[in-house]
Design a protein around this ligand. Structure first.
Ligand code: SAH
Ligand code: SF4
Length: 345
């Protein structure tokens, strides 16, 4: 019999498992959650407030095998990239970004990615598989063990590493519920961000099932350009994507964010900025500009700083909250769109 991985359970599912399968009282679920997500233990024998027979049952029927980083690279800007090799040999990466008082962690949700965006290194790798919920939350647990008190705790989690989170919807929804649960990390919904390339049905489903923030990678303002750089646009074109975001309930739209990768000479003109203003105003949300991070798998060019600032100026003058995402970990291939194993890694 396969042992049950307890990190795949939401709190309610763990409570049901503890009661129905292990014949224990519901409060045991809280104790187990606290051992897993407040104390980050890696074995059942460490769960010292559980009875001996319960611990024996857990050892026999359940698992919480830890993942430890196989490789750690440190950027001169303070970001660190941690590589994890999973049981089947696939490798994924997480990026830790300490930033006075705020500590952000970027996690992977798939090994590789099937979406094939032209500007993204992960997109050149092809999809190996979805990560389990346990593998997503274990990245968080493992990085917390690695930090070992050197920084304050992780304050923000972004599912923007390798993969398309909404192509792995169930596991991502459960992982977010664990990050936000009061007996676990207790992160507020504003501090948990899931980024998607724009899978329309899954966007609506995610909104119904999770309180976390949704960041949508728009990346172009015309179908012509978007379809060239993001094959997903041929299935879910811009007008439909924008219409989906527009009909989000108002309260939900506060939890929405547009991301816009700026590629020099491709999608970064003043005209693009004006079209992006219209879209952002219709959707009613903030915009994050992400200057392209160059890597050998694609031939785009980063826009000049003047180009980025002029683009942002047009947006701000139109009354739209627009931020430039500070690129972290470029020198260790840890920035947006650079994750994935290279030949020789
Ligand atoms: N698959 C999801 C999340 C992972 S990519 C998505 O596409 O949204 C996270 C962000 O990095 C996305 O906004 C994506 O457009 C951006 N990105 C990808 N490659 C990039 C690159 N080379 N430079 C800058 N941003 C990039
Ligand atoms: Fe996949 Fe996102 Fe990269 Fe596109 S940008 S290939 S969806 S990880």
């Amino acid at each position: 019999m396969d042992r049950v991985d307890l990190r795949n359970f939401s709190y309610d599912d763990l409570t049901a498992f503890v009661c129905n399968e292990l014949g224990e009282k519901p409060y045991r679920a809280r104790q187990i959650y606290e051992w897993l997500y407040l104390h980050h233990v890696t074995g059942f024998e460490d769960m010292t407030n559980l009875s001996k027979p319960l611990r024996a049952k857990l050892v026999e029927r359940c698992r919480i095998d830890p993942l430890e980083p196989a490789k750690i690279e440190k950027s001169k800007d303070g970001a660190e990239k941690l590589q994890f090799v999973l049981e089947d040999g696939s490798a994924v990466e997480a990026v830790l970004m300490p930033n006075d008082g705020r500590v952000s962690l970027c996690l992977s949700t798939q090994a590789g990615c099937a979406m094939g965006c032209a500007f993204c290194f992960t997109g050149s790798l092809k999809l190996e598989r979805n990560l389990t919920c346990a593998e997503i939350v274990e990245q968080f647990r493992s990085v917390t063990r690695y930090i070992d008190g050197r920084f304050p705790r992780i304050t923000n989690v972004v599912l923007m590493g390798m993969g398309e989170p909404l192509a792995n919807l169930d596991n991502v929804v459960t992982a977010c519920s664990i990050f936000m649960h009061e007996h676990s990390y207790n992160l507020s919904a504003r501090k948990v961000i899931v980024s998607t390339c724009g899978l329309i049905p899954q966007i609506t489903e995610f909104a119904a099932r999770s309180e976390a923030v949704l960041a949508v990678s728009l990346n172009a303002t015309t179908d012509e350009v978007r379809s060239q750089i993001m094959p997903v646009n041929r299935r879910y074109p811009l007008a439909d994507l924008v219409a989906t975001l527009e009909v989000f309930p108002k309260a939900r739209r506060k939890r929405l964010l547009l991301e816009y990768v700026m590629l020099g000479g491709v999608n970064s003109s003043a005209e693009d900025a004006r079209r992006l203003c219209k879209i952002a105003r219709r959707v009613g949300c903030k915009v994050n500009l992400i200057p392209y991070n160059a890597h050998p798998a694609s031939g785009f060019e980063a826009p000049s700083m003047e180009n980025v600032l002029a683009f942002q100026r047009i947006m701000i003058d139109a009354g739209l909250e627009t931020f430039i995402r500070q690129s972290r970990g470029q020198d260790i291939s840890g920035a947006c769109g650079m994750l994935g194993k290279r030949a020789g890694d």
